[in-house]
Write a protein that binds this ligand. Structure first.
Ligand SMILES: NC(=O)c1ccc[n+]([C@@H]2O[C@H](COP(=O)([O-])OP(=O)(O)OC[C@H]3O[C@@H](n4cnc5c(N)ncnc54)[C@H](OP(=O)(O)O)[C@@H]3O)[C@@H](O)[C@H]2O)c1
Length: 380
């Protein structure tokens, strides 16, 4: 059992942050989660509900929640939106800070807000970490800070002149530069973790948050349900739909259990201080594998990846335009993504049994099957 710490976490209502918080609580640590309240509930209720969902049952969650404190705040505000005295008290007891909160919008029209959260929020967070007892930061970034790099994206590189596909990548790169500077100055001791595209649990296929590829499956499920009216729910539907993308391209999927287990294991060792880790899949998944597999599981035929030239010959149909919009999260990536070096991560996890699984057909079937059943049960 690792040494029990007082850990401050941001983003505990989100996908990575909630699974990470569960793991830290399972290990016996005491977690102080900074969260926003919303119309849906108080900060505490929102975090507790998310932890219950991740834990899978009230019974499993109960002992975890006993070691969880929730503080209301907002990373974009001075002192992270906490009162000075709360911030001071939390800084005095915090051994470590995990920063997961961020805006995951890719939209150009959200640029200002994305930078306010991801750059401005990290600036506030760094001030807080510098005042904590441990001055130790575990910063969650993204492998896609590599932007449009055509060469191998090394873990030791941050900004080497690359351009970016969207303001999200750019903002995350800027925030990493700020973390690196704070570390270099001696104000904090930082490690950086860069997952690629995080999907559900590798063993069960289950997920708790439905970003990206799940939004695509949800859109497809809704369209297919309408088209199947009056037919059996698994009737094969013919849906001629061209998806603009690279037939040779890949997407780099990593299951949430690998990401969380990997980060938590690496973070526990002081040898991770000052290091960056790409939590990426050494074998990314070919576009020509994941899309046909999802289609097969959802009993739909006719969806195919085509090169851009296809639309010069025959313009996009209304349906194709709609799908392009639904998939905007990934559209830029289906055209091609960087190649990620993950040797730091592989070396740090050697001999631990924590390994990123290959995204085989069976794994994609499991993830898709789990989500389709979830949607059939009327959930989102
Ligand atoms: N998901 C992926 O595939 C992926 C891949 C690579 C890297 N990452 C990185 O992993 C981290 C977590 O991503 P995620 O997928 O868990 O995202 P997510 O599910 O969208 O969660 C984002 C979290 O940030 C919180 N947040 C946003 N703005 C905030 C603010 N102003 N003050 C306080 N909290 C705020 C959100 O709180 P609310 O609930 O109040 O909105 C939520 O808890 C991010 O740094 C992201 O860049 C994610």
């Amino acid at each position: 059992m690792p040494e029990r710490k007082q850990i401050f976490v941001t983003g505990a209502t989100g996908f990575l942050g909630s699974h990470l918080t569960c793991k830290l609580l399972e290990q016996g640590h005491h977690v102080h989660a900074l969260a926003r309240s919303s119309k849906a509930g108080s900060a505490r209720d929102r975090v507790v509900d998310t932890i219950r969902d991740v834990a899978g049952s009230e019974e499993t969650a109960r002992p975890l929640i006993e070691r969880l404190e929730v503080v209301e705040g907002d990373i974009s505000q001075p002192a992270l939106g906490m009162t000075d005295s709360v911030a001071r008290d939390l800084a005095a007891i915090s051994d470590e800070v995990w920063h997961c909160a961020a805006s995951l919008s890719f939209a150009e029209e959200d640029r200002e807000e994305i930078f306010r959260m991801n750059v401005g929020g990290t600036e506030q967070l760094l001030r807080f970490v510098g005042q904590t007892r441990g001055r130790r930061l575990q910063h969650v970034s993204t492998a896609y800070v590599a932007g449009n790099r055509p060469d191998l994206a090394k873990e030791t590189d941050i900004h080497v002149g690359q351009t970016f596909k969207n303001p999200y990548e750019e903002s995350k790169c800027r925030s990493e530069l700020m973390v690196a500077e704070a570390h270099r100055s001696g104000a904090i001791r930082a490690s950086v973790y860069r997952p690629s595209i995080v999907v559900g649990d590798s063993k069960s296929g289950r997920t708790t948050h439905f970003h990206g590829v799940y939004a695509f499956m949800r859109g497809l499920f809704t369209a297919l349900s309408r088209m199947r009216r009056g037919q059996p729910e698994d009737a094969v539907v013919r849906l001629p739909l061209r998806v603009k993308g690279s037939k040779e391209g890949t997407l780099n999927f990593v299951p949430i259990d690998f990401v969380v287990d990997g980060m938590v294991h690496i973070a526990a060792s002081d040898s991770s201080i000052g290091q960056t880790y790409n939590l990426t899949n050494p074998t990314p998944t070919a576009n020509m594998l994941w899309l046909p597999t999802i289609c097969r599981v959802m009993h739909v035929e006719g969806i195919e990846i085509v090169e851009a030239s296809s639309f010069e010959k025959e313009p996009m149909t209304k349906l194709e335009m709609l799908f392009q919009k639904q998939m905007s999260f990934y559209y830029q990536y289906i055209q091609g993504e960087p190649t990620f070096d993950c040797s730091n991560t592989v070396n740090a996890l050697a001999g631990t049994g924590i390994e990123c699984p290959r995204t085989t057909v069976a794994l994609i079937e499991k993830m898709t099957g789990w989500y389709v059943n979830h949607l059939k049960a009327g959930k989102n």
